[in-house]
Ligand binder design. Structure first.
Ligand SMILES: Cc1cc2nc3c(=O)[nH]c(=O)nc-3n(C[C@H](O)[C@H](O)[C@H](O)COP(=O)(O)OP(=O)(O)OC[C@H]3O[C@@H](n4cnc5c(N)ncnc54)[C@H](O)[C@@H]3O)c2cc1C
Length: 508
């Protein structure tokens, strides 16, 4: 059996796997991604990128293609809970959404999963990743030094081996790697089976000209009293999500679609249907030795709230710099142990947030009482601060897992706030400067020199700036703020502490 060597093998070319390949490439790590399908997904599933995802995509040079990939129509969103597309509106999500421009330099994207995967695959290849479709991952073994992966070409049935330093399981909701590792799951489990019916109809006069349209239908006349009607990349193609029922006839399905649209004699053509489950399930661990779980392989949530794909993309972003630093010898392998304590608590909250949204949107009996009302959208998205991980905790800072994004503490373990600093050569906004490097902002020339010297001594890339004050980053009373390549604050303190802080973060 022939054998190849790669630093990282990624299984799955969904949003998580492609993100992983792309961000590893950004850090100079060439990964092999294998996917059993013949191409990236063409199905209308996830749509939308939140500003945090867009910040990461900006840093890897793929923001513009994603912003450009909006469906036809004016670049605006309709997202409402309504009786039908033409009926009474009970709640308008867009009207109640806070203005996120206070928290991020990026706006939300509206690209579909299909277009996003296409753009990611292109960028990942440009950055050196090897993408192999029609390739089945057939098992693995690992020891202290490496992972041995068995692959099978679905084109000619050839079986071959790849040796890698790390394996990333981006194999989705039906993936087997986590189970093979004996990693269990927890959560509310199965919630509901849903059938998504794709249909062609001219709804322009009813739906208006917004590029993205979502109606969470609440209507006793549709199965289980609720459904979701969503637009696609094509102006005349729509998806009606309804509770699955194997006994439902074609005529009954058509009647449900007419009720959801609210036009009893609506003319349309059904293009196809798929069924999937809504579930709430989180892996008990995101790492086992040299294997990491990302995306739906790590956390499954109902689609209500649109964060499943976003969290999958962010997993790749937050893991890539750590894997790269370890593979390049810039960091000790213990750095990788911080992935689970940093990202799993967030995944738990997002999964529960989406399940709580589902309970609201679809009147899911029993779930609302357990979950309560969903957390405020802006706090859920921008307010997370890791309690444990690759940063030097500030004992004087608050320890809440979520903080108000309007009053960010800027503490180590939290996002570096979206704020403007007065640099020597003009204003600086740290969140606009993200890239495959550490960043240091120092209020003194000593701090600036110390940060540069510390990075040089550990051989990690850094961009260091001297600024008038770091107080806008919540670091009043400190001289220097050190920021990780993923935009999380690593440490804050005085110039003499920077070297040991960076060494601590890098597990050296
Ligand atoms: C109807 C629907 C609507 C959604 N809407 C949204 C939304 O609006 N916003 C949002 O953010 N999220 C949304 N989501 C969620 C989002 O689609 C998922 O969270 C996201 O696609 C997960 O990406 P992934 O890469 O983890 O998994 P997947 O996209 O499932 O990718 C896993 C891949 O691994 C491959 N694979 C598995 N095993 C093997 C093997 N042994 N060998 C080779 N390949 C293998 C599979 O073929 C698959 O391509 C929605 C989901 C659904 C179903």
């Amino acid at each position: 059996m022939q054998r190849e060597d790669f630093d990282v093998v990624i299984v799955g070319s969904g949003l998580a796997g492609l993100s992983m390949a792309m961000f590893l490439g950004q850090h100079g790590i060439r990964a092999l991604l294998v996917e059993r399908r013949a191409s990236t997904s063409t199905l209308p599933k996830a749509r939308g990128q939140n500003p945090i995802t867009m910040e990461a995509l900006r840093s890897v040079g793929v923001a513009e293609p994603i912003y450009a990939a909006i469906p036809p129509g004016k670049p605006a969103i309709t997202s409402v809970i309504s009786e039908s597309m033409t009926g009474k509106v009970f709640y308008d999500h867009v009207a109640h959404r806070p203005d996120f421009s206070r928290f991020s330099p990026e706006r939300s994207g509206m690209a579909s999963q299909a277009k996003t995967e296409e753009a990611f695959a292109k960028r990942a290849r440009e950055l050196g990743a090897v993408l192999r479709f029609q390739t089945l991952f057939d098992g693995f073994t690992q020891d202290a030094d490496s992972v041995e992966v068995t692959l099978r070409s679905l084109e000619d049935d050839t079986v071959y081996g790849v040796r890698a330093r790390y394996l990333v399981a981006a194999d989705g909701v039906r993936g087997t790697i986590a189970k093979d590792l004996g990693i269990g799951t927890h959560g509310y489990g199965f919630l509901k089976s849903v059938t998504a019916v794709r249909f062609r109809a001219d709804l322009a006069k009813i739906a208006g000209d917004n590029a993205m349209v979502v109606h969470y239908i609440q209507n006793p006349a549709v199965p289980d009293g609720a459904g979701v009607l969503v637009s696609t990349d094509y102006k005349d193609e729509w998806v009606a999500n309804m509770s699955a029922d194997p006994e439902r006839t074609e005529a009954q399905t058509h009647a449900v679609i007419r009720t959801m649209v609210g036009v009893p004699d609506l003319q349309f053509e059904v293009l196809g249907a798929t069924s999937y489950d809504y579930a709430h399930r989180i892996a008990d661990r995101l790492q086992s030795g040299r294997v990491f779980l990302v995306g739906d392989a790590a956390h499954v949530m109902p689609p209500t709230g649109g964060q499943g794909g976003n969290t999958a993309v962010q997993d790749g972003y937050y893991l890539a710099w750590k894997l790269a630093a370890v593979l390049k010898g810039q960091a000790g392998p213990r750095l990788l142990e911080s992935f689970d304590p940093e990202r799993r608590p967030y995944a738990e909250v997002v999964c529960t947030w989406q399940a709580a949204n589902l309970a609201e949107h679809r009147r899911l009996e029993g779930v609302s009482e357990v979950l309560g009302r969903p957390m405020d959208h802006a706090t859920m998205m921008f307010g997370y601060a890791c309690k444990e991980g690759a940063f030097v905790p500030d004992p004087s800072a608050p320890t809440d897992e979520f903080e108000s994004p309007d009053r960010p503490s800027g503490r180590p373990g939290a996002r570096v706030p979206y704020a403007e600093l007065a640099g020597l050569e003009g204003p600086l906004q740290p969140r606009k400067l993200l890239g495959p490097w550490f960043m240091a902002f120092s209020a003194s020339s000593e701090g600036h020199a110390a940060a540069q010297a510390a990075a040089d001594s550990f051989g990690v890339p850094i961009k260091a700036w001297q600024v008038a004050s770091v107080a806008p980053l919540g670091a009043e009373g400190h001289d220097t703020v050190l920021v990780r390549p993923d935009g999380m604050v690593a440490w804050r303190g005085s110039p003499r502490g920077v070297e040991s802080a960076l060494g601590f973060v890098l597990c050296r």
